[in-house]
Design a protein around this ligand. Structure first.
Ligand code: F6P
Length: 553
């Protein structure tokens, strides 16, 4: 690894940036008049020029309000912002996270093993993780009463929850070839509403708790972990250390804090400061994924992401999927002034994809201060929300079709379902349901793009039945929802977030905006308890705290 630093980066070429920006603004002036129906009528080859396949993912940008000329101008802006040097800096381990003075090397976690095997700390942790996975799947890992593990509870929040949750659910149909997998549960919410009913269902003798926290200080996670520990120690009052040794695994970048909490040294899996929380599913934080699909499956996930890493570094920008996905978002937000984006998976297996993407993008790029400490005078991350597409059709599509504001939509689906053999998975009607879902996906993106002109409605149709169309969208089709292709998809999003951050001049790897809330919540506990510290509060918070206290009494 070289010691590339930000000083090695060429400064932004401000003049070139201004020129590229102005060219895009002028171009957007014309684009404001475009309707997607006309763009398709004018250029029958639109799909061929504006779609791309890499890493098992087909991306169709042809339903975006842009042309090949737009992309050329966006690439000029990326060039002026020094994107190529930034990409090199990322992969050389430079301090791209400059406010915390460190690199962002999640890509390191998915590099293939080098010959030195165990010497490499990344591979060493992967092997430790593999040993734990094998012991659980084979039934060798025993609870303190000698029972095999049937249930694993991942206790974590944010990046220590959303990535493993999203991928475990998405890939659940991929049974590990070896052993018998446990049921894997996820608990994140600090209010106990998830863990309480779960513990009612579980047998403590056969339950393993995985405490996942990079910092091992997050109160949400530690409060749920303490409840789980209380539950287990109450179930086995005479077994002291055996409860901790047999029923708890810890995953963190802070081994000393895990030890202090009571996690046995043999049950600690480590990752590093240079892996951001929301970029950590590739590390031991991915343990629930490996328990769901097996270690070979987990390695496939890593391989798919590594393929996307190489594509991102090597492909020319005209054919570079993360670069294009990032540029299209910048076009929509900064030049067409489309400030919202809907993430719409047409596959229930991807039901946690929207929440995962919400954290990845909004925690990374919800920033307004640039590298020089100056406030930026343009929008950065759009507001992102989403839902499984077919359900969203019956919830908020009305707004997409006939509301007043433009929303950029992102459709994601698997071209082939690829059902595994056995049980209900082979039922013929399920194949038909997959086609039905894809039909809805394609129909919706078409109607959103073309509006009435998709249907050749006559002019007498009342206005309340009309569809304006011109709502832009990208469609991403995975060849199949395999571990490999999901790995590529996640890496694609990670890199496109980086591309956008470079264009916006912000740091996508810190999250200072969530720190203060954590601190003042701690102070508030006392205010709610006995009122101490309430005097300095604003009138609203003081009155609400008093209202709560009165009803607790
Ligand atoms: O929400 C802030 C945050 O720091 C996220 O970035 C992170 O993924 C989450 O909290 C959990 O943090 P930890 O893994 O340290 O418990």
């Amino acid at each position: 690894m070289t010691t590339s630093t930000l000083q090695n980066l060429p400064p932004h070429d401000d003049e070139a940036t201004r020129a590229a920006d102005q060219a895009l603004r002028d171009h957007a002036g014309q684009a404001g008049e475009w309707h997607l129906a006309d763009l398709f009528a004018d250029d029958p080859n639109r799909f061929d020029t504006l779609s791309l396949h890499a890493g098992g993912v087909l991306a169709d940008f042809s339903k975006q309000r842009l042309t090949a000329e737009t992309l050329e101008k966006l690439r000029a802006l990326a060039g002026a912002r020094g994107l190529d040097a930034w990409i090199r800096c990322l992969f050389e381990g430079g301090e791209v996270n400059w406010t915390e003075g460190r690199a962002a090397m999640h890509w390191r976690l998915r590099q293939p093993a080098r010959d030195d095997g165990e010497q490499d700390p990344v591979q060493a942790q992967l092997l430790r993780m593999e040993r734990i996975v094998k012991r659980i799947l084979s039934g060798q890992w025993r609870g303190c009463e000698g029972d095999a593990i049937t249930d694993v509870v991942n206790v974590g929040v944010g990046g220590s929850d959303l990535g493993p949750l999203m991928a475990s659910v998405a890939l659940h149909e991929n049974q590990p070839p070896e052993g018998r997998r446990p049921r894997v549960h996820f608990v994140s919410s600090m209010d106990g509403s998830q863990i309480a009913p779960l513990l009612d269902e579980l047998n403590p003798a056969t339950t393993l708790i995985v405490v996942s926290s990079k910092s091992f200080t997050t109160v949400d996670t530690l409060s749920n972990a303490a409840t789980a520990r209380y539950w287990l120690e109450k179930a086995f009052p005479d077994r002291n250390g055996a409860v901790l040794r047999c029923h708890f695994v810890g995953i963190s970048a802070k081994p000393e804090r895990m030890s202090e909490w009571g996690i046995h040294g043999d049950n600690q899996l480590l990752f590093w400061d240079w892996v951001g929380g929301r970029y950590s599913l590739w590390s031991a934080i991915g343990l629930p994924i490996a328990l769901t699909i097996g270690m070979d499956g987990f390695r496939e996930l890593l391989a798919g992401a590594n393929e996307m890493d190489r594509h991102f570094q090597d492909a020319p920008w005209e054919r570079n999927l993360p670069v294009l996905l990032g540029l299209v978002d910048v076009w929509n937000l900064n030049f067409l002034n489309i400030t919202a984006r809907a993430v719409l998976p047409y596959d229930g297996r991807l039901k946690h994809w929207p929440s995962y993407v919400e954290q990845l993008e909004m925690e990374s790029n919800g920033k307004s201060v640039d590298r020089d400490g100056q406030l930026v005078d343009y929008h950065t991350c759009p507001v992102i929300w989403g839902e499984v597409g077919p359900n969203a059709q019956h919830a908020f599509y009305q707004l997409l079709h006939q509301g007043t504001r433009p929303v950029a939509c992102e459709f994601i689906a698997a071209a082939r379902h690829g059902r595994r053999q056995g049980s209900s998975a082979e039922l013929q009607p399920l194949e038909e349901q997959h086609i039905l879902t894809l039909a809805n996906c394609l129909a919706q993106s078409r109607l959103l793009a073309l509006g009435d002109r998709a249907l050749a409605e006559d002019d007498d149709t009342p206005t309340y039945k009309r569809y304006r169309g011109n709502q832009p969208s990208t469609t991403l089709l995975l060849d199949e929802l395999t571990p490999r292709h999901l790995g590529a998809l996640v890496a694609l999003y990670e890199h496109k977030v980086f591309v956008q951050a470079v264009l916006w001049g912000i740091n996508p790897f810190d999250q200072w905006g969530v720190e203060m809330g954590k601190k003042i919540a701690t102070d508030m506990i006392q205010v709610l308890g006995n009122g101490d510290g309430g005097d300095g509060l604003d009138a609203s918070t003081r009155a609400l705290a008093r209202y709560v206290r009165e009803r607790q009494a």
